[in-house]
Design a protein around this ligand. Structure first.
Ligand SMILES: CC(C)(COP(=O)(O)OP(=O)(O)OC[C@H]1O[C@@H](n2cnc3c(N)ncnc32)[C@H](O)[C@@H]1OP(=O)(O)O)[C@@H](O)C(=O)NCCC(=O)NCCS
Length: 181
């Protein structure tokens, strides 16, 4: 579907996955196990986060049902990034409805972006996003949006490098233990 240029030359401490061409393809229901593994790994990247750190005890069973249904949805796409034939990254893009008072009526919402640690900085996210952009344009959408975790230098730099501006902040107030201010 799409590709990226080979990454930098391997060093003595190079990760297991060597630089190579990135391939992006649309996930099908047969990719459910890969999707579950990558998306749960993403959630586990942020154990102290007030939203993403609160994993349900039965998250595995819930993830299976949820992702199976998302893989069949006509208004979204789950993309997989492959390096040297192995699945190393994921990105989900959903056609979403905006405010009835504002343009655009619909936009592409990007979520669940994750690349395995040993495959990072090889252009996998860039290739996944490029394919998501093609998907969005083909549906007549002219805007992409996403949320990213606050305080992640990697996420900040990656999304800025890929052209996303910060235009809003999400704030959370915890009401457990009194939750007074
Ligand atoms: C964020 C993440 C998806 C990036 O994936 P990736 O495949 O390594 O990203 P790419 O190689 O396509 O990088 C694209 C650009 O982003 C920037 N970038 C990515 N990682 C970076 C880092 N650690 N430091 C600085 N810039 C970075 C670079 O400009 C890079 O382009 P370049 O390598 O040509 O300079 C990956 O680090 C990840 O899965 N992190 C943990 C989960 C996460 O934070 N997901 C995002 C949730 S909002």
């Amino acid at each position: 579907m799409s590709g990226a240029q080979p990454g930098p030359a391997a060093s003595a401490s190079a990760p297991r996955i060597l630089p190579g061409r990135v391939r992006v393809r649309r996930a099908t229901p047969r990719d459910l196990e890969s999707v579950i593994a990558l998306r749960l790994a993403l959630l586990r990247e942020h154990p102290d986060h007030p939203i993403y750190g609160r994993l349900r005890h039965d998250i595995g069973a819930r993830a299976r049902r949820l992702f199976a249904s998302q893989l069949r949805s006509p208004i979204e796409v789950i993309l997989l990034g492959e390096l040297d034939g192995g699945v190393v990254g994921v990105l989900r893009c959903v056609e979403s409805t905006g405010s009835p008072l504002l343009e655009p009526e619909r936009y592409a919402y990007v979520s669940s972006s994750y690349v395995r640690p040993d495959a990072r900085r090889r252009g996998v996210l860039r290739a996944l996003l490029g394919e998501a952009e093609r998907w969005a344009r083909a549906r007549g959408l002219d805007q992409m949006r996403l949320h990213n975790v606050a305080g992640s230098v990697t996420a900040d730099r990656a999304w800025s490098a890929l052209g996303f501006l910060v235009v809003e902040e999400v704030r959370v107030r915890d009401l457990r233990d009194g939750g007074t201010h």
